[in-house]
Design a protein around this ligand. Structure first.
Ligand SMILES: C[S@@+](CC[C@H](N)C(=O)[O-])C[C@H]1O[C@@H](n2cnc3c(N)ncnc32)[C@H](O)[C@@H]1O
Length: 277
Protein backbone atom coordinates (compact mmCIF):
# COMPACT_ATOMS: atom_id res chain seq x y z
CA UNK A 1 0.00 0.00 0.00
CA UNK A 2 1.21 3.43 -0.78
CA UNK A 3 1.43 5.73 2.17
CA UNK A 4 -0.05 9.16 1.46
CA UNK A 5 2.03 10.48 4.34
CA UNK A 6 0.71 13.26 6.57
CA UNK A 7 -1.44 16.20 5.55
CA UNK A 8 1.61 18.20 4.42
CA UNK A 9 2.87 15.54 1.99
CA UNK A 10 -0.45 14.00 0.89
CA UNK A 11 -1.22 14.07 -2.86
CA UNK A 12 -3.35 16.93 -4.14
CA UNK A 13 -5.97 14.32 -5.07
CA UNK A 14 -7.06 14.38 -1.39
CA UNK A 15 -9.13 17.41 -2.37
CA UNK A 16 -11.47 15.08 -4.28
CA UNK A 17 -12.63 13.38 -1.11
CA UNK A 18 -14.49 14.35 2.06
CA UNK A 19 -14.70 12.59 5.41
CA UNK A 20 -18.26 11.39 4.62
CA UNK A 21 -16.84 9.42 1.67
CA UNK A 22 -15.44 6.93 4.18
CA UNK A 23 -19.01 5.75 4.74
CA UNK A 24 -19.00 4.57 1.08
CA UNK A 25 -16.08 2.19 1.70
CA UNK A 26 -16.75 -1.51 2.15
CA UNK A 27 -16.54 -3.36 5.44
CA UNK A 28 -13.20 -5.01 4.59
CA UNK A 29 -11.58 -1.71 3.74
CA UNK A 30 -12.95 -0.02 6.87
CA UNK A 31 -11.53 -2.82 9.00
CA UNK A 32 -8.12 -2.42 7.34
CA UNK A 33 -8.28 1.30 7.96
CA UNK A 34 -9.42 1.03 11.60
CA UNK A 35 -7.80 -2.20 12.82
CA UNK A 36 -8.93 -3.36 16.24
CA UNK A 37 -6.39 -2.38 18.89
CA UNK A 38 -4.58 -0.01 16.51
CA UNK A 39 -7.31 2.37 15.37
CA UNK A 40 -6.18 5.00 17.94
CA UNK A 41 -5.80 8.51 16.65
CA UNK A 42 -7.48 7.80 13.30
CA UNK A 43 -10.67 6.76 15.07
CA UNK A 44 -10.50 10.01 17.07
CA UNK A 45 -10.12 11.92 13.81
CA UNK A 46 -13.09 10.12 12.28
CA UNK A 47 -15.20 10.93 15.36
CA UNK A 48 -14.20 14.61 15.24
CA UNK A 49 -14.50 14.98 11.46
CA UNK A 50 -17.89 13.28 11.23
CA UNK A 51 -19.55 14.65 14.37
CA UNK A 52 -22.16 16.44 12.27
CA UNK A 53 -22.77 13.44 10.00
CA UNK A 54 -24.52 10.90 12.26
CA UNK A 55 -25.59 8.68 9.37
CA UNK A 56 -22.02 8.34 8.12
CA UNK A 57 -20.79 7.62 11.65
CA UNK A 58 -23.47 4.94 12.10
CA UNK A 59 -22.53 3.31 8.79
CA UNK A 60 -18.83 3.19 9.63
CA UNK A 61 -19.46 2.09 13.23
CA UNK A 62 -21.73 -0.71 11.97
CA UNK A 63 -18.88 -2.10 9.84
CA UNK A 64 -16.40 -2.27 12.74
CA UNK A 65 -16.20 -4.73 15.65
CA UNK A 66 -18.82 -3.70 18.24
CA UNK A 67 -16.48 -2.19 20.89
CA UNK A 68 -14.72 -0.06 18.26
CA UNK A 69 -18.02 0.96 16.67
CA UNK A 70 -19.43 1.97 20.07
CA UNK A 71 -16.30 4.02 20.78
CA UNK A 72 -16.65 5.83 17.46
CA UNK A 73 -20.33 6.61 18.14
CA UNK A 74 -19.56 7.84 21.67
CA UNK A 75 -16.64 10.05 20.64
CA UNK A 76 -18.53 11.50 17.68
CA UNK A 77 -21.10 13.03 20.07
CA UNK A 78 -18.51 15.26 21.72
CA UNK A 79 -18.57 18.91 20.60
CA UNK A 80 -15.56 19.86 18.45
CA UNK A 81 -14.61 23.42 17.36
CA UNK A 82 -14.96 23.93 13.58
CA UNK A 83 -11.23 24.46 13.11
CA UNK A 84 -10.36 21.19 14.85
CA UNK A 85 -13.06 19.40 12.86
CA UNK A 86 -11.53 20.60 9.57
CA UNK A 87 -8.02 19.60 10.66
CA UNK A 88 -9.31 16.14 11.68
CA UNK A 89 -11.01 15.78 8.28
CA UNK A 90 -7.78 16.60 6.44
CA UNK A 91 -5.81 14.05 8.49
CA UNK A 92 -8.50 11.42 8.03
CA UNK A 93 -8.73 11.85 4.25
CA UNK A 94 -4.92 11.83 3.90
CA UNK A 95 -4.68 8.60 5.92
CA UNK A 96 -7.52 6.95 3.97
CA UNK A 97 -6.47 8.42 0.61
CA UNK A 98 -5.31 5.31 -1.24
CA UNK A 99 -8.24 3.24 0.06
CA UNK A 100 -10.57 5.97 -1.22
CA UNK A 101 -8.85 5.87 -4.60
CA UNK A 102 -8.93 2.06 -4.90
CA UNK A 103 -12.57 1.82 -3.95
CA UNK A 104 -14.19 5.05 -5.15
CA UNK A 105 -11.94 6.05 -8.09
CA UNK A 106 -10.47 2.70 -9.26
CA UNK A 107 -9.96 4.03 -12.79
CA UNK A 108 -7.45 6.54 -11.38
CA UNK A 109 -5.43 3.77 -9.72
CA UNK A 110 -5.62 1.73 -12.92
CA UNK A 111 -4.23 4.64 -14.96
CA UNK A 112 -1.42 5.15 -12.45
CA UNK A 113 -0.56 1.42 -12.43
CA UNK A 114 -0.28 1.37 -16.22
CA UNK A 115 1.89 4.50 -16.15
CA UNK A 116 4.24 2.67 -13.74
CA UNK A 117 5.30 -0.57 -15.47
CA UNK A 118 7.13 -3.22 -13.43
CA UNK A 119 10.70 -3.74 -14.68
CA UNK A 120 10.59 -6.63 -17.25
CA UNK A 121 13.78 -8.29 -15.94
CA UNK A 122 12.28 -8.41 -12.44
CA UNK A 123 9.17 -10.10 -13.87
CA UNK A 124 11.34 -12.57 -15.80
CA UNK A 125 13.22 -13.46 -12.59
CA UNK A 126 10.04 -14.49 -10.75
CA UNK A 127 9.84 -18.30 -10.53
CA UNK A 128 6.30 -18.47 -11.97
CA UNK A 129 6.64 -20.69 -15.04
CA UNK A 130 4.24 -23.63 -15.07
CA UNK A 131 3.47 -23.25 -11.39
CA UNK A 132 0.64 -22.50 -9.00
CA UNK A 133 0.88 -18.79 -8.32
CA UNK A 134 -0.95 -16.49 -5.89
CA UNK A 135 -0.86 -12.72 -6.47
CA UNK A 136 -1.90 -10.97 -3.25
CA UNK A 137 -3.31 -7.42 -3.35
CA UNK A 138 -3.56 -7.78 -7.11
CA UNK A 139 -5.20 -4.40 -7.72
CA UNK A 140 -6.34 -3.97 -11.31
CA UNK A 141 -3.94 -6.63 -12.59
CA UNK A 142 -0.61 -4.98 -13.41
CA UNK A 143 1.34 -8.00 -12.10
CA UNK A 144 -1.47 -10.53 -12.62
CA UNK A 145 -1.64 -9.88 -16.36
CA UNK A 146 2.13 -10.40 -16.70
CA UNK A 147 2.01 -13.72 -14.79
CA UNK A 148 -1.15 -15.17 -16.34
CA UNK A 149 0.50 -16.56 -19.52
CA UNK A 150 3.29 -18.16 -17.46
CA UNK A 151 1.50 -19.76 -14.49
CA UNK A 152 -0.33 -23.09 -14.68
CA UNK A 153 -2.91 -21.81 -12.19
CA UNK A 154 -3.06 -18.20 -11.03
CA UNK A 155 -5.13 -16.94 -8.11
CA UNK A 156 -5.46 -13.17 -7.66
CA UNK A 157 -6.49 -12.09 -4.16
CA UNK A 158 -7.86 -8.55 -3.88
CA UNK A 159 -9.96 -7.00 -1.08
CA UNK A 160 -11.48 -4.14 -3.06
CA UNK A 161 -14.62 -5.05 -5.11
CA UNK A 162 -14.22 -2.47 -7.93
CA UNK A 163 -10.64 -3.61 -8.50
CA UNK A 164 -11.78 -7.24 -8.56
CA UNK A 165 -14.21 -6.28 -11.33
CA UNK A 166 -11.35 -4.71 -13.34
CA UNK A 167 -9.20 -7.80 -12.70
CA UNK A 168 -11.90 -10.19 -13.94
CA UNK A 169 -12.38 -8.17 -17.12
CA UNK A 170 -8.64 -7.88 -17.76
CA UNK A 171 -7.53 -11.39 -16.80
CA UNK A 172 -10.05 -14.04 -17.92
CA UNK A 173 -8.85 -17.45 -16.79
CA UNK A 174 -7.41 -16.09 -13.55
CA UNK A 175 -9.21 -17.06 -10.34
CA UNK A 176 -10.07 -13.71 -8.76
CA UNK A 177 -11.03 -13.94 -5.07
CA UNK A 178 -11.69 -11.59 -2.16
CA UNK A 179 -9.20 -11.66 0.71
CA UNK A 180 -6.64 -9.81 2.78
CA UNK A 181 -2.97 -10.52 3.35
CA UNK A 182 -3.30 -11.59 6.97
CA UNK A 183 -6.14 -14.06 6.15
CA UNK A 184 -5.71 -15.62 2.71
CA UNK A 185 -8.35 -17.95 1.24
CA UNK A 186 -5.62 -20.36 0.09
CA UNK A 187 -4.79 -23.89 1.30
CA UNK A 188 -1.56 -24.25 3.27
CA UNK A 189 1.48 -25.19 1.13
CA UNK A 190 -0.58 -24.89 -2.08
CA UNK A 191 1.50 -22.44 -4.11
CA UNK A 192 4.82 -22.66 -5.87
CA UNK A 193 5.01 -18.87 -5.75
CA UNK A 194 3.18 -16.34 -3.56
CA UNK A 195 3.87 -12.82 -4.77
CA UNK A 196 2.68 -9.32 -4.02
CA UNK A 197 3.50 -6.00 -5.66
CA UNK A 198 3.49 -2.61 -3.95
CA UNK A 199 1.15 -3.71 -1.20
CA UNK A 200 2.79 -4.74 2.08
CA UNK A 201 5.12 -3.02 4.51
CA UNK A 202 6.23 -3.65 8.05
CA UNK A 203 3.08 -2.76 9.98
CA UNK A 204 -0.14 -4.77 10.42
CA UNK A 205 -2.71 -5.03 9.01
CA UNK A 206 -0.99 -4.24 5.68
CA UNK A 207 2.22 -6.07 6.44
CA UNK A 208 4.35 -7.13 9.36
CA UNK A 209 4.34 -10.53 11.02
CA UNK A 210 0.68 -11.52 10.44
CA UNK A 211 1.08 -10.98 6.68
CA UNK A 212 4.56 -12.50 6.39
CA UNK A 213 3.53 -15.71 8.16
CA UNK A 214 0.33 -15.94 6.10
CA UNK A 215 2.16 -15.50 2.76
CA UNK A 216 4.67 -18.17 3.80
CA UNK A 217 1.91 -20.50 5.02
CA UNK A 218 0.49 -20.62 1.48
CA UNK A 219 3.79 -21.54 -0.24
CA UNK A 220 4.91 -25.19 -0.49
CA UNK A 221 8.22 -26.38 0.99
CA UNK A 222 10.88 -25.34 -1.55
CA UNK A 223 8.47 -22.75 -3.00
CA UNK A 224 8.99 -18.99 -3.01
CA UNK A 225 7.47 -15.85 -1.54
CA UNK A 226 8.25 -12.60 -3.36
CA UNK A 227 7.50 -8.97 -2.57
CA UNK A 228 7.92 -6.40 -5.31
CA UNK A 229 8.73 -2.90 -4.08
CA UNK A 230 7.20 -3.35 -0.63
CA UNK A 231 7.29 -0.45 1.74
CA UNK A 232 10.15 -0.90 4.21
CA UNK A 233 12.22 -3.50 2.28
CA UNK A 234 14.65 -3.59 5.21
CA UNK A 235 11.96 -5.24 7.37
CA UNK A 236 11.57 -8.05 4.81
CA UNK A 237 15.36 -8.44 4.52
CA UNK A 238 15.55 -8.93 8.27
CA UNK A 239 13.14 -11.85 7.81
CA UNK A 240 15.26 -13.74 5.31
CA UNK A 241 14.24 -12.08 2.02
CA UNK A 242 17.04 -11.47 -0.51
CA UNK A 243 16.85 -8.05 -2.13
CA UNK A 244 17.63 -7.26 -5.78
CA UNK A 245 17.36 -3.69 -7.04
CA UNK A 246 16.85 -3.32 -10.80
CA UNK A 247 17.35 -0.13 -12.79
CA UNK A 248 13.97 1.63 -12.60
CA UNK A 249 12.03 2.30 -15.79
CA UNK A 250 10.93 5.87 -16.29
CA UNK A 251 7.22 6.23 -15.49
CA UNK A 252 4.97 7.43 -18.29
CA UNK A 253 4.40 11.14 -17.67
CA UNK A 254 0.72 12.07 -17.49
CA UNK A 255 0.42 15.59 -16.18
CA UNK A 256 -3.16 15.38 -14.85
CA UNK A 257 -2.46 12.11 -13.06
CA UNK A 258 0.75 13.36 -11.55
CA UNK A 259 -1.00 16.51 -10.32
CA UNK A 260 -3.54 14.34 -8.45
CA UNK A 261 -1.50 11.36 -7.29
CA UNK A 262 2.13 12.47 -7.29
CA UNK A 263 5.05 11.42 -9.51
CA UNK A 264 5.13 7.86 -10.91
CA UNK A 265 7.29 5.34 -9.06
CA UNK A 266 7.60 2.15 -11.16
CA UNK A 267 8.25 -0.98 -9.07
CA UNK A 268 11.88 -2.13 -9.44
CA UNK A 269 12.88 -3.84 -6.16
CA UNK A 270 12.48 -7.58 -5.56
CA UNK A 271 12.54 -9.27 -2.15
CA UNK A 272 12.59 -13.04 -2.60
CA UNK A 273 12.66 -15.92 -0.14
CA UNK A 274 12.84 -19.62 -1.00
CA UNK A 275 11.30 -21.73 1.77
CA UNK A 276 13.24 -24.74 3.03
CA UNK A 277 12.40 -28.10 1.37
C1 LIG B 1 -0.58 -0.13 -4.58
S1 LIG B 1 -1.90 -1.24 -4.99
C2 LIG B 1 -0.99 -2.47 -5.89
C3 LIG B 1 -1.86 -3.30 -6.79
C4 LIG B 1 -1.11 -4.34 -7.63
N1 LIG B 1 -0.40 -5.28 -6.80
C5 LIG B 1 -0.17 -3.66 -8.59
O1 LIG B 1 1.04 -3.73 -8.37
O2 LIG B 1 -0.65 -3.03 -9.53
C6 LIG B 1 -2.23 -2.02 -3.43
C7 LIG B 1 -3.32 -3.07 -3.53
O3 LIG B 1 -3.37 -3.81 -2.33
C8 LIG B 1 -4.71 -3.96 -1.92
N2 LIG B 1 -4.64 -4.09 -0.45
C9 LIG B 1 -4.63 -3.13 0.48
N3 LIG B 1 -4.52 -3.64 1.70
C10 LIG B 1 -4.46 -4.98 1.55
C11 LIG B 1 -4.34 -6.07 2.45
N4 LIG B 1 -4.26 -5.89 3.78
N5 LIG B 1 -4.33 -7.32 1.94
C12 LIG B 1 -4.40 -7.53 0.59
N6 LIG B 1 -4.50 -6.53 -0.31
C13 LIG B 1 -4.53 -5.27 0.17
C14 LIG B 1 -5.41 -2.72 -2.41
O4 LIG B 1 -6.80 -2.92 -2.52
C15 LIG B 1 -4.71 -2.49 -3.74
O5 LIG B 1 -5.33 -3.19 -4.75
Amino acid sequence: MRDAGGVDTAPAGCERFRAVDLARLGRTTLNLLFPSGRAGSLLEDAAAALGEEPEAVATIAGALPAPLGRRLLRRSRRPVPARDREAAERRLVAAAFWYLVYELAPELWDRLASAEPIVPQLLADLPADGGRVVDVGAGSGRLTAALAPRAAILVAVEPCPPLRRLLRARCPGVHVVAGVGHRLPIRSRWADLVVSCATFGARPPCGGEPVRSELERCARPGGCVALISPETPTWWRRHGYRMTVYPALPGRAEADLEALLGPPDPPHVLLLKRLPD
